[in-house]
Design a binder for this molecule. Structure first.
Ligand code: HEM
Length: 127
C-alpha cells in the first residue's frame, strides 16, 4: 500500500520550498525594518532553517527537528522585537515570494492562510 501524498509532495517537494524561501530572503535582505533583526551577516543559515522548517511542517523530511529539536517558534522569536509593523513586513516579503512560485490557486491560498496565522502568532510586542 502506498502512503498518501502529502501537501509537501503535491506542491513539488523540496524544489518548491527552496524557491519560495530563497525569494523570501532576497526580499528580507532589502527590507529596512526586517534586515537589522537578523543577527547573522549572511542570511543563508536563516534561509536554510526556514526552508527545513516549512518542509517538515507540510509533511516532508523531518530534518529540521533532527538538527534543531522541537520548533518552539514563539520561544525562538522571543529575542527579536516583533510588532505589527514587523509582522506586516514579513508577510509582504512572503506574499511576493508566494506569488512568484508555481502553485495552483488553492495551494497558494492554503499557504497564505497559514503564513498569516503563523506571522500573527509570532507578534511579541504590542506597543
Ligand atoms: C528565525 C524574524 C515570522 C520561522 C527567525 C530569526 C528572525 C526572525 C530574526 C532569526 C534568524 C536566524 O535563524 O538566524 C521573524 C519575523 C517574523 C517571523 C520578524 C514576523 C512575524 C516567522 C514565521 C515563521 C518563522 C511566520 C514560520 C512560518 C522561522 C524559523 C526560524 C526563524 C523556522 C529559525 C528558528 C531556529 O531554528 O532557530 N525569524 N520571523 N518566522 N523564523 Fe522567523
Amino acid at each position: 500500500m502506498s502512503t498518501p501524498e502529502t501537501f509537501y509532495d503535491q506542491v513539488g517537494g523540496e524544489a518548491t520550498f527552496r524557491a519560495l524561501v530563497a525569494r523570501f530572503y532576497r526580499e528580507v535582505a532589502e527590507d529596512e525594518l526586517l534586515r537589522p533583526l537578523y543577527p547573522e551577516e549572511d542570511l543563508s543559515g536563516a534561509e536554510e532553517r526556514l526552508r527545513l522548517f516549512l518542509m517538515q511542517y507540510w509533511g516532508g523530511p523531518q530534518t529540521y527537528s533532527e538538527q534543531r529539536g522541537h520548533p518552539r517558534l514563539r520561544m525562538r522569536h522571543a529575542p527579536f522585537k516583533i510588532g505589527l509593523a514587523e509582522r506586516d513586513a514579513w508577510l509582504r516579503c512572503m506574499r511576493i515570494a508566494l506569488d512568484e512560485v508555481e502553485l495552483t490557486d488553492e495551494q497558494r491560498d492554503r499557504l497564505w492562510r497559514y503564513f498569516e496565522m503563523a506571522a500573527h502568532s509570532m507578534v511579541n510586542s504590542w506597543f
